[in-house]
Design a protein around this ligand. Structure first.
Ligand code: NAP
Length: 313
């Protein structure tokens, strides 16, 4: 593919993930060219900058794809506007602030013959494919997720995570659920949860989930944003034929005593996302898997709430 064939894409919301991952992955992708950014405050060097989406869509009909990297609470209106304007749309995770929003966007994309791609970056971690393949013909008997990190280190100054719709500790926790639902051969449902809300915040700082597979294997998940020191993003799956350990957010996997992957966390996840987006555009297919967000929504519906110490940044 030559540079002139590449799909012109615009990034909307030039915050941490856009700058750290989307801009470099688009630059490495032969299938895309970063043609514009939309941001109220920031710009990327050498790229046309727009202050609002409406202006960019009107001015640049050649930009046929849009990557929405804004927080979930403001994403729906932007996604709807881009789809109605005839653009293919990539959604950062979580795909919406509610389940209904994403269902509406899916219908809209189909009605306008546009591609909608709800990304789950952790599914592109190096260990996820090997883990799924290893588990495919084994019987899962039990699993455990431990996703414990320091919110002050990873989300400095990001107020939206503490506002309703920002998901709190489920913002990273949903990554674990995206991996779990990708690697297990069986469907998963939530039976119960306990969510801990700081007394001064609208979203939880910690959550314990009680999950079960369709065939009855129990899974517990421990999400916590108060972990200082070493950070933990681990999934352990016991089977009738050995144990699988997926660590580093899906980057490293060891199963039955053998190392199946030993990559670095986050390495190449976004290259995988843009390769998948290119494939979806080429084949005019949508990819919207809501299973991770259904589990989070169920945790908010079924979970017992406890109030914990106030959290100050
Ligand atoms: P962020 O650093 O806070 O950036 C979000 C950007 O969205 C802001 O820079 C802002 O850009 C724009 N924005 C538009 N309307 C906004 C509003 N009402 N409130 C706040 N920002 C608004 O957030 P982020 O960490 O990049 O996360 C964005 C999305 O990516 C989230 O859904 C998150 O779950 C996902 N994600 C983040 C990471 C990560 O490591 N940070 C990893 C994977 C996925 P302008 O000022 O440019 O308009």
């Amino acid at each position: 593919m030559t540079a002139t064939d590449a799909t012109q894409v615009a990034i909307v919301g030039l915050g941490k993930i856009a700058v750290d991952q989307h801009v470099p992955s688009i630059a490495r992708s032969p299938a895309f060219r970063l043609a514009a950014t939309v941001s109220r405050n920031a710009r990327a060097e050498g790229v046309d900058a727009f202050a609002d989406l409406t202006g960019m869509l009107a001015a640049r009909p050649g930009i046929t794809a849009v990557a929405l990297c804004v927080p979930p609470q403001v994403r729906f209106a932007m996604a709807r506007e881009a789809l109605v304007a005839g653009r293919d749309v990539l959604l950062e995770k979580p795909p919406g602030a509610s389940l209904a929003e994403v269902a509406i966007l899916s219908e809209l994309a189909a009605a306008h013959d546009r591609v909608l791609y709800a990304t789950w970056h952790s599914r592109h971690a190096a260990g996820v494919g090997p883990a799924k393949a290893w588990l495919a013909d084994r019987r899962v008997t039990r699993a455990r997720i431990v996703w414990r990190e320091d919110v002050r280190r990873w989300y400095p100054g990001q107020d939206w995570i503490w506002q309703a719709g920002g998901l709190g500790v489920f913002d990273p926790g949903i990554n674990a659920l995206s991996v779990l639902t990708a690697i297990l051969p069986d469907a998963v449902r939530l039976r119960g949860a306990e969510l801990s809300f700081p007394s001064n915040r609208e979203t939880p700082i910690a959550a314990r989930l009680d999950l079960v597979t369709a065939s009855g294997a129990e899974i517990d998940a421990d999400f916590d944003w108060r972990q200082t020191g070493p950070q933990t993003w681990d999934i352990t799956v016991e089977t009738d034929d050995g144990t699988l350990e997926l660590t580093g957010g899906g980057a490293r996997v060891r199963a039955g005593g053998e190392v199946l992957s030993s990559a670095e966390a986050l390495a190449s996840e976004y290259d995988g996302i843009y390769a998948q987006f290119a494939e979806l555009i080429a084949t005019r297919r949508a990819d919207v898997d809501m299973r991770p967000q259904v589990l989070v929504a169920d945790a908010f519906m079924l979970g017992r709430r406890v109030v914990t110490d106030a959290f100050e940044d």
